[in-house]
Design a protein around this ligand. Structure first.
Ligand code: SDX
Length: 391
């Protein structure tokens, strides 16, 4: 329609929605956020600037950036009573179950007097969610390990504040490692939005009923939780541990297992519903893994070595070549997060913290235009009409 891409009316008849937020060319391995390529954003922007761009459509000028950052900082704390939510969970509750529950519960504190038909009320809900997700995520981690919650420190950047809330303790001064902060900000940017993936479509479907934004984001968290979607980076590390070393024999055994149609095992972190080329995020994530591990003096990290060798052997394998299967964003992200001391059960939580801006931007975009309740159709394959037995 706008000359940049071919416009196929037939496609519009079958597609789920129109959106101007993110464009993916799966064949070319292109990912644009409001027209900006992800590799350029990851190198030159930061997560808060990307949040503004995804939500409002253009890069902010200095004044808009400062005002947006101040608005986020103004909402990083959660209502004191939300602390009580945590006491009901078992100590070993998966942090995704905590995040999903507490996020839905935010509606009880921040939604009753809101009118989502008003743009300003939608924007303030978006700002509250962007601001509070890192706080709730860090609280879930602290609850799991039995340490006191940290209050957000608003003089820090978004990524620094998250790492501070995760790892600071009252008993000693905590300094955020700038390499970790840069890697965390990049991970937040790389997972921010990805067009109509399963969890974003879930948020749009829930939003189409008029449900409040906190309930919609909680639905998105639930969809992201699955190992085929957001849970893959945790599964990649488990797979690398099972492979054990970067010997060709061990790696080939897992590749053969992934190719075996009788075996449900898939190579985690490989393949994608849309990409038939490299996921551009995976390239940036691989560079980030090299940077962070080199900084730690672990350039020869065993899992990174296995991952690189696995990628090399898989990309030379006919099965993967024929099916155009490449590493996706999850293939290297877990290695970086683990190197920063983040436990595997927090990986998908971090994905959800990042993807909140994508989810809420799509929700805001849909409600800013006329929309109808989502009602997918089905292909009925059941019985023809038949009478109830009269006896
Ligand atoms: C994310 O949608 C998004 O945008 C998601 C996401 C986002 O940012 O929101 O990008 C995040 O979810 C990334 C994907 C994370 N998941 C994983 O890494 C799990 C491992 N990947 C696979 O489960 C799989 O690749 C999927 C689920 C991602 C996609 O599955 P599809 O749609 O079945 O893939 P396909 O149609 O391209 O498969 C074609 C063939 C099939 O075999 P044949 O029937 O042709 O013989 O390739 C096979 C598949 O079985 N295949 C794999 C494989 N992925 C696909 N075989 C082995 N290992 C794999 N990883």
């Amino acid at each position: 329609a706008n000359g940049l891409f071919t416009y196929d009316p037939g496609f519009m008849a079958t597609s789920s929605c129109k959106s101007a937020i993110t464009y993916i060319d799966g064949g070319q391995g292109v990912l644009l956020h409001r027209g900006y390529p992800i590799d350029q954003l990851a190198k030159h922007s930061n997560f808060v600037e990307l949040c503004y761009t995804l939500l409002f459509g253009n890069l902010p000028d200095d004044e808009q950036y400062a005002a947006f950052q101040a608005r986020i900082r103004n909402h990083t704390m959660v209502h004191d009573q939300i602390n009580n939510f945590f006491k009901g969970f078992r100590r070993d509750a998966h942090p995704m179950s905590i995040l999903c529950s507490v996020t839905g519960g935010l509606a009880a504190f921040y939604h009753d007097h809101m009118n989502i038909a008003e743009e300003e009320d939608r924007v303030i809900s978006a700002v509250r969610l962007i601001a509070k997700m890192p706080t709730i995520a860090a609280m879930a981690y602290k609850y799991n390990i039995g340490q006191p919650f940290n209050t957000p420190c608003n003089e820090l950047s978004y990524a620094e504040n998250f790492l501070y809330m995760m790892f600071a303790t009252p008993s000693e001064t905590y300094r955020v490692n700038p390499v970790y902060a840069k890697a965390m900000d990049r991970i937040f940017m790389l997972h921010a939005d990805h067009e109509q993936n399963a969890s974003t479509s879930t948020v749009r479907m829930a939003g189409s009923t008029g449900a409040n934004p906190f309930a919609c984001i909680s639905a998105g968290i639930a969809a992201l939780w699955g190992p085929a979607h957001g849970g893959a980076n945790e599964a990649v590390l488990k797979m690398l541990d099972e492979i054990g070393d970067d010997s060709e024999e061990n790696i080939q055994r897992f590749i053969d297992k992934a190719k075996d149609k009788n075996d449900p095992f898939k190579l985690m972190g490989f393949g994608h519903r849309v990409y038939r080329n490299f996921d551009p995020r995976a390239r940036v994530m691989k560079e980030t893994a090299d940077e962070v591990l080199a900084e730690l003096g672990h350039a020869n990290d065993p899992q990174l070595k296995i991952a690189k060798r696995l990628e090399q052997i898989a990309l030379e394998d006919e099965y993967f070549i024929e099916r155009k299967l490449y590493p996706n964003v999850d293939f290297y992200s877990g290695i970086v997060l683990k190197a920063m001391g983040i436990p595997t059960n927090m990986f998908t939580v971090i994905f959800a913290v990042s993807r909140t801006i994508g989810w809420i931007s799509h929700w805001h975009e849909m409600l800013s235009d006329s929309y109808k309740i989502s009602r997918p159709r089905q292909l009925y394959i059941g019985n023809d009409q038949r009478d109830y037995p009269q006896n």
